[in-house]
Design a protein around this ligand. Sequence first.
Ligand code: F0G
Length: 459
Amino acid sequence: MMKTIIEPFRIKTVEPIRFTTEEERENILKEAGYNPFLFHADDVLIDLLTDSGTAAMSAKQWSGIMDGDESYAGARSFYRFENAVRDITGYTFIIPTHQGRAAEKILFTILGKEGKSIPNNTHFDTTRANIEYSGAEAVDLVIEEGKDPNSLHPFKGNMDINKLEKFIQETGAENIPIGMMTVTNNAGGGQPVSMENLREVRDVFHKYNIPFFLDACRFAENAYFIKLREKGYGDKSVKEIAQEMFSLADGCTMSAKKDALVNMGGFIAMNDEKLAQLSRNILIVTEGFPTYGGLAGRDLEAIAQGLEEVVDEHYLRYRLRSVEYLGEKLIDAGVPILQPPGGHAIYINAKEFTPHIPPEHFPGQALVCELFRFGGIRAVEIGSVMFGKHDKKTGAFIPASMELVRLAIPRRVYTQSHIDYVVEVIIEIFKRREALCGYKITYEAPMLRHFTALFEPIT
Ligand code: F0G
């Protein structure tokens, strides 16, 4: 077999990107309060803010867009969507939502409330926010290796089974309305979960009659990691592996903006009829009728087609390799990254990149700003800006467990030379990293503050 892994597509439509000067970018940063979420996207050269909703759709998905059935009820596109989701997940009840967090909102409106706790390997920020908004508590039980940026454990997204057992016994199963696993574990570095761990976690939850759901955004990337790394799965197809993953759970929430290769969409799926009924009741008042749920018929077509394309192994081989390629180049240059490379992103370890900036001065934010100022690259801080807190009693700053800068790679969007450029920018910044300064927050919202916070450099 040839060593070079090529993009398994050719490009039919292109979109220009805009070049700016360093001086222009300094002004853009200042005007946006040093928060990349507040940039105009047109000002960004290479946008690695997120892999969510940023995929390039295929010609077949675009033709599906034209073919979408926009009937209010019972649209043909819904049935195609339902079949595609059922084919992979095996679940009985499939409920479309406008994106992942809408699925979460429905689930936790039903199951969450004051006094309840919901464990996960690591909750993503919207999942955590939806749980906390319901009054319940979001608990992370990832294995210790998952919190060590340098551990090379092949499945750093795994849950710690002993911690889970202990947690259930201490909390009481009656206070745990549902348990979850995020595949891959985004907040923990896009790290996969093994089939063995999913099985063990399922066994523990089911022993205590706790329903078990997957947060399945990146199920195909996780399934491909299982194929590459877990004994006994090398000869199985990714689709079979994905089907087995879903079969271990009782349902899932899904942001289709990731592994369904679309720009908008999501769903919640399950086998429990009563839960499905309650979900549809909320769906009707918040999202829409159950056969479109906050989406247009054309979106449902694109999701159905995307779910077929995402389990293609040529695609997944290219996908995981292109992320790993970025990681390898950075490791070779001595840049500290969370190892091993994740499925959708590389996470720079800002704590080690800029050890002179303490967590309360947001080392990740410092690097994010410099990536844009120097190279026009937009990344996102996943550290104390996103997850840092203040003690409710003492007001003392509690930093996040890791200070990371995520370079999320949109699916099928950038070529190898774009990535080579990103590598060059990071290495140049790394050489003069001592010159980077910390930041302070001048405005923050009470929840999900990273989206709208304003900053000032500490000079
Ligand atoms: N769960 C995980 C693991 C996610 O990564 C996301 C979104 C969601 C749920 C929510 O889905 O955006 O469709 O409402 N993650 C994006 C990101 C925003 O950049 O990682 P959504």
